[in-house]
Design a protein around this ligand. Structure first.
Ligand SMILES: *[C@@H]1O[C@H](CO)[C@@H](O)[C@H](O)[C@H]1NC(C)=O
Ligand SMILES: *[C@@H]1O[C@H](CO)[C@@H](O)[C@H](O)[C@H]1NC(C)=O
Ligand SMILES: *[C@@H]1O[C@H](CO)[C@@H](O)[C@H](O)[C@H]1NC(C)=O
Ligand SMILES: *[C@@H]1O[C@H](CO)[C@@H](O)[C@H](O)[C@H]1NC(C)=O
Ligand SMILES: *[C@@H]1O[C@H](CO)[C@@H](O)[C@H](O)[C@H]1NC(C)=O
Ligand SMILES: *[C@@H]1O[C@H](CO)[C@@H](O)[C@H](O)[C@H]1NC(C)=O
Ligand SMILES: *[C@@H]1O[C@H](CO)[C@@H](O)[C@H](O)[C@H]1NC(C)=O
Ligand SMILES: *[C@@H]1O[C@H](CO)[C@@H](O)[C@H](O)[C@H]1NC(C)=O
Ligand SMILES: *[C@@H]1O[C@H](CO)[C@@H](O)[C@H](O)[C@H]1NC(C)=O
Ligand SMILES: *[C@@H]1O[C@H](CO)[C@@H](O)[C@H](O)[C@H]1NC(C)=O
Ligand SMILES: *[C@@H]1O[C@H](CO)[C@@H](O)[C@H](O)[C@H]1NC(C)=O
Length: 867
């Protein structure tokens, strides 16, 4: 028998597993966890969905179940991902569509603020409303699942190309934003996809095929090697919140973790996700992130996307016909296929979808023309009306994009009340980022260029702009009202003329950028990840040229993250610095509203800005010689501010920092340990699983799976059927498969100690302590402040805690003289650490400190409590 790649990969996995059993102490080996936990065995809000899903899947044939699990191939349907249909019962193809900030590849949709901008608002209600507004738009175009929200990367390396798609460099902030996003999206009836699971922290070497051209030694994507605590306390943490909110799907990532692909890593998928975090929905692969067949399925993968397996658009799937064969030959047990299909349908019912009422896609990702091929990727088949150009934008979309654009602006410097601008007579604007992109807002494919004002980064996490408001436009409009003369020079390199003009205006505003995106696009030599943390297009020189001639130089940094500000931040003429963190289509209005004081700034940095690049705990690995790049996350839990605090490094601007036009006084801190709740060191045991419910059914004969004679077989289209000669060669023999070490078919009766419900052991979500604090606006103008709560832990032998960890935030608004109060609930989870030995979350004994303030370093009041 010819050895298939899937089998080869499986053997590699077995080797890794064998090695693991002898060298548990080593980094870089992934422990086996089998079997894949069957869905529907925890009580609670998924029961109804599972009842419906089991009834649905019970009536399906083998081929129909396989169709649910497998994409039809790249561009083989309207959406970026399309599952096979079930025509016999009128069940449609499911439409899965990018992106976390808006509908990709279409028109008359919104470009919402990116995750990073959303995080910078620190406003939970806006996070929720953004999810809701996106849910409405996605449903309006007939999309079943949005490929978002994005809660990884966390941003361990500040240069990481996709950091801006997610919610900042702190797991708690990411977790809250993910929770609110999932609620909002799914309340509108759309499946939310929490991604990228897990450890996809850089673009370089994330995929083999993308990088082997440049690095010929490469044989596999990088392996992220991370310890147990960081895995749970940092990287998986926000996924727990998403699952707690009911996230119905999870996307596994391209990279390897401990030398096993994230999409076939049984420790990550069966172990942490489906057991410890009690995930009840389905796991889909990132596009071509699946690298093996049977091994991935046994490890917990439920759906392959876009259907093509090892190679784009070749029409060959690792599931599809191969999954049919694998069930027929007994390598994949029937119950596992049933579980895959049931999980997919449970997700569908969980959000309330129904084939009779849910709209079908009325757009095509592959053309903006009205008519086109229905199955674009096959270059054949029927043509039809593929774009109805439905305008799915709502009043809520407009409100949310504008408000997040305003509330995400982070003012980090403001001397002599340079801002807000007040009836400036002669204003000068400098830098290409003040104006429009020369090729139009959508001139570069997937926003793959840094031209003009920066609304979002580049890659698949983007959408087409309906419009892109530039700062120049909005400032010009204000100039008419205020009688200002506006002059500008938008050439980043025309320094002599820039300096001359800067010398003859009263106030100068310089716009500079830093961009990044996904690794399949190279923008000015940056292959996804940023090559450096400096401003692009000579931004430092531009600022210096202006500031040397103008004593009121205001800098607007339009960027995907922190940048190195040191060349000019202390320049006496640089009076104000404002960060715009990719807030989407309304970038210009967001910036101008802050510059003019239409609203007081209230954004906070969702990451730390260092004085030196070497001060950060980690960096992107750009160059490798070995076949499988090993990236040790040796900073462990000490990412971002946790690192600066631990080593007492003074940052330029700390996590959580941001100025306002008014001032606030913090008072009235009270800390109350609740009575009558279990606050033992070890949490109560989670509830047992209900017994597994196996669907009736048996493996059919291979002949029942042969291609029917009467279907059109479109070129490169992926079907569930098998060829006649293959059918004749299949024998059912489960014992023939080289199952990985530790493989078992028997479902455990109880979860691991950390598991038991959506998001983990339900006791982890118990409120143990309540904290209250107030702000009083003692300034002269209205504004909002983000009260931040950080916890410091009691000492435990052998456990390294962060100096402090964000464990609560509330955005409060107040007019002058007014007081607003925030209430914080501290959960058992917030106060615990993951103990590797007992595989459980422990609540340390001793005294905790709660600090309240307006940034991670401006902590004004503190209180304590003990267990
Ligand atoms: C990676 O290996 C380390 C060290 O053995 C282990 O603590 C960790 O759980 C492993 N992570 C994964 C994802 O397998
Ligand atoms: C599987 O889906 C394809 C369309 O994607 C459809 O043509 C085919 O009939 C489906 N097969 C079964 C058995 O439902
Ligand atoms: C099964 O997967 C392997 C690996 O991609 C591929 O070579 C083979 O053609 C697939 N078989 C079918 C029937 O699609
Ligand atoms: C069963 O079929 C699958 C899919 O083609 C294949 O990967 C697996 O190796 C087969 N099992 C055996 C024992 O040959
Ligand atoms: C989009 O088109 C589908 C199918 O034609 C239709 O069911 C749905 O109502 C349309 N959506 C809107 C908002 O018109
Ligand atoms: C526009 O983008 C191109 C390609 O990324 C780049 O080379 C060029 O410098 C950019 N131009 C401006 C004015 O930003
Ligand atoms: C940093 O990268 C940007 C984008 O490629 C480039 O414009 C800039 O010159 C680089 N800066 C330094 C100091 O290398
Ligand atoms: C600040 O601006 C003034 C012009 O207003 C200029 O004379 C002075 O040299 C500038 N300072 C520096 C340090 O460049
Ligand atoms: C490939 O690996 C060899 C041996 O480790 C090394 O000498 C060589 O520099 C590597 N080549 C590249 C392009 O990284
Ligand atoms: C990663 O950690 C392992 C185990 O500690 C070590 O052997 C290896 O050299 C490290 N790799 C790198 C690239 O630092
Ligand atoms: C407002 O309160 C802050 C914090 O206590 C204080 O620093 C500031 O002086 C107060 N401002 C006024 C105008 O009282």
């Amino acid at each position: 028998m010819k050895i298939r790649t899937s089998l080869l990969t499986a053997v590699v996995l077995v080797n890794a597993v064998l090695a693991a059993s002898s060298t548990d102490e080593d980094y870089g080996y992934s422990l086996p966890v089998y079997p894949s936990p069957m869905g529907g065995r925890i009580s609670g809000d998924w029961s109804d969905a599972y009842t419906k899903a089991r009834a649905f899947v019970s009536q399906l044939t083998l081929l129909e179940k396989v169709n649910l699990t497998t994409g039809t191939g790249w561009e083989m349907g309207r959406c970026v991902g399309n599952t096979g249909e079930i025509p016999r019962i009128g069940f449609p193809s499911l439409c899965l569509q990018d992106s976390p900030l808006g509908i990709r590849f279409t028109d008359l949709n919104s470009v919402f603020p990116a995750g990073l901008a959303t995080a910078a608002t620190f406003n939970k209600n806006l996070m929720y409303l953004r999810g809701k507004a996106m849910g409405m738009e996605f449903k309006g175009k007939g999309i079943n699942a949005i490929l978002g929200p994005c809660m990884g990367p966390i941003g361990r390396a500040p240069e990481g190309g996709r950091n801006w798609e997610a919610f900042g460099a702190d797991p708690y902030l990411q977790g809250v934003a993910s929770y609110e996003s999932v609620l909002g999206i799914q309340e509108e009836g759309v499946i939310a996809t929490a991604k990228h699971y897990l450890l996809n922290e850089q673009e370089h070497f994330r995929q083999y095929a993308e990088w082997v051209g440049l690095y010929t030694n490469l044989s596999a994507p990088y392996s992220a090697n991370v310890d147990e605590r960081a895995l749970r306390e940092i990287y998986a943490w926000p996924f727990a919140d998403a699952i707690r909110a009911g996230a119905a799907s999870i996307m596994c990532s391209y990279n390897q973790a401990n030398n096993s692909q994230a999409c076939q890593n049984s420790y990550l998928l069966n172990g942490i996700l489906k057991d410890e975090l009690g995930f009840q929905g389905f796991v889909m692969s990132d596009w071509l992130g699946q690298r093996s067949g049977v091994a991935s399925v046994l490890a917990g993968l439920d759906m392959t996307m876009p259907g093509d397996g090892l190679v784009w658009s070749d029409g060959v799937s690792l599931l599809g016909s191969n999954l049919t064969t694998a069930v027929l030959n007994g390598s994949v047990p029937l119950w596992r296929l049933d579980d895959m299909a049931t999980r997919i349908m449970a997700a569908y019912y969980k959000v309330g979808q129904n084939p009779l009422t849910y709209p079908e896609p009325n757009f095509s990702s592959w053309t903006l023309s009205d008519y086109g091929l229905e199955i674009a990727g096959s270059l054949e088949g029927p043509t039809g009306l593929v774009n109805k150009h439905v305008d799915v934008r709502t009043a809520l979309s407009r409100q949310v994009t504008r408000q997040i654009a305003q509330e995400s602006m982070v003012l980090v410097k403001n001397t002599n009340n340079a801002l807000p601008l007040n009836n400036v007579r002669r204003l000068g604007l400098f830098g290409s980022a003040a104006g429009p992109p020369p090729l139009g807002p959508n001139g570069c494919s997937d926003r793959g260029c840094d031209n003009g004002t920066l609304g979002i980064g580049w890659g698949s996490g983007t959408a087409n702009y309906p419009y892109l408001l530039t700062p120049l436009e909005v400032i010009n409009a204000m100039a008419i009202v205020q009688g200002t003369s506006v002059q500008y020079n938008l050439d980043d390199y025309d320094l002599d003329n820039v300096a001359t003009l800067a010398g003859v205006v009263d106030t100068a505003i310089v716009f500079i950028t830093a961009d990044s995106g996904e690794g399949y696009l190279d923008v000015e030599g940056n292959i996804g990840d940023r090559n450096n943390l400096s401003a692009w297009h000579g931004g430092d020189n531009l600022v210096t040229a202006v500031a040397s001639e103008n004593s009121n130089t205001i800098v607007v940094v339009e960027s995907v993250g922190g940048i190195d500000l040191e060349a000019w931040i202390e320049h006496v003429n640089v009076t104000a610095v404002l960060f715009s963190l990719v807030p989407g289509q309304d970038v210009g209005v967001g910036i101008a509203d802050i510059l003019y004081g239409t609203v007081s700034p209230s954004g906070k940095l969702p990451f730390t800005i260092a004085k030196k690049t070497s001060d950060y705990p980690a960096t992107v690995i750009y160059d490798v010689i070995e076949p499988v790049p090993q990236i040790n996350f040796s900073e462990s839990i000490f990412v971002d501010y946790r690192h600066f605090d631990k080593y007492d490094i003074e940052p330029r601007y700390e996590f959580g920092f941001g100025l306002s036009y008014t001032t606030f006084q913090i008072s009235g801190l009270s800390v109350t340990r609740l009575n009558g709740v279990v606050d033992s060191e070890v949490p109560p045991e989670p509830p047992s699983y209900s017994s597994p419910l196996y669907l009736n059914g048996s493996v059919p004969s291979p002949s029942s799976a042969i291609y029917p004679g009467d279907i059109p077989r479109y070129s490169h289209y992926i079907y569930p059927y098998i060829e006649k000669d293959i059918a004749e060669s299949i024998t059912y023999n489960p014992d023939d498969y080289p199952y990985p070490e530790g493989y078992s078919d028997i479902q455990p009766s109880k979860p691991s100690p950390a598991g038991g419900a959506s998001g983990g052991n339900p006791a982890l979500w118990d409120v143990l302590v309540q904290v209250k604090a107030s702000i009083t606006n003692n300034g002269t103008t209205g504004g909002s402040e983000v009260l931040q709560l950080y916890v410091s832990y009691p000492a435990v032998d052998g456990v390294d805690f962060p100096v402090r960890a964000l464990r609560g935030f509330e955005k409060l608004s107040a007019s002058p003289g007014e007081t607003s109060t925030a209430n914080f609930d501290l959960l058992r989870r917030d106060l615990s650490y993951y103990d590797v030995a007992s595989r459980n979350w422990l609540l340390p004994r001793g005294t905790y400190t709660v600090s309240i303030g307006t940034s991670s370093r401006n902590l004004v009041e503190a209180g304590t409590f003990s267990f």
